[in-house]
Design a protein around this ligand. Sequence first.
Ligand code: AQP
Length: 332
Amino acid sequence: MNVFSGIQPTGAKHLGNYAGGFRQYVATQDEAATEAGEAFFCIVDLHSVSVEHDPVDLRERTLDLFAMLVATGLDPERSAIFAQSHVTAHAEANWLLSNVTSFGELRRMTQFKDKADAQEFVSAGLFTYPVLMAGDILLYQTDVVPVGVDQRQHVELTRNVAERFNSRYGQTFKLPRGVYPEIGAKIMDLQEPEKKMSTTGGTEAGTVYILDSAEEIQRKFKTAVTDSGREVLHAEDKPGVSNLIEIMTVATGESIEAVQSRYDGQGYGTFKSEVAQAVIELLQPFQQRFHEIRDDAGELHRLLAAGAEKARAASQPTLDAMYERMGFVRLS
Ligand code: AQP
């Protein structure tokens, strides 16, 4: 079973990224190993330039993200952890696959619509990025893509593109399957619980960053928007409290029912402060490891180079097959 997932380096990583991303990466890294597969985790730096960005920040954030992936439990010896721009197959696959993806399909992507509305300059890259993502996944003969539900539409597009390529040019790609966590697949903003917690689309006070201090975390949960009533209940008409319950289950591993019954009749004050405490306890070990790893720039570069080498070796046969089947002359 091969696993692939990508994550953008730009922007500070938050609790939503942990719930839908980092946490699942570690679980699927273990599954891949038990099923004799390989796991690939890609820092999608090419994706990050599709919106306005600061080059100095991109460089720093790429190293930050590598350190964060390792700090949250990925093992660079067992998994390939690498930057997209270091494996040129990704940019090549992007071009080849953009010719089996329709304009209409891309126009339907809701993330594009949301992000385009927030940009002054809407780049062509922002529009075509789901094709880059399809190539990222398909190059590794991926079975499983661990992501948050915000990526569901892009994973479906990837499957459609793979099917179209296979039927036009012959069987080349496996059809990957998105894997979404049962709880915490979409963590919401603490201030605006109808919106997902996000690097670009949420509120600052409602976004809990993995590197936030204990005081910041307490403050953010204290001012979190709750709902009318006093019950700690996971229900459709209680988006704020439901989100806090999900965060508690992500932090402690308990079930929704266990959290509900523990806070039955206690009101929101105690509950909010204890969710904050659980999140602090979850994040503190990651923060400590992050700083240890991030401080050794030489080692980070060495590990990035090793990850890129593994990813190049694994993706090249699929890229060669794509060129071959599409009719390009290959030089031996
Ligand atoms: N709120 C969320 N709940 C659960 N999972 C989430 N993910 C993102 N937000 C949530 C998952 O995190 C992984 C990495 O996502 P990314 O590469 O898009 O990273 P990002 O840019 O930091 O994520 P954002 O916040 O979603 O950025 P914007 O909103 O700017 O695009 C993915 O698996 C994603 O599903």
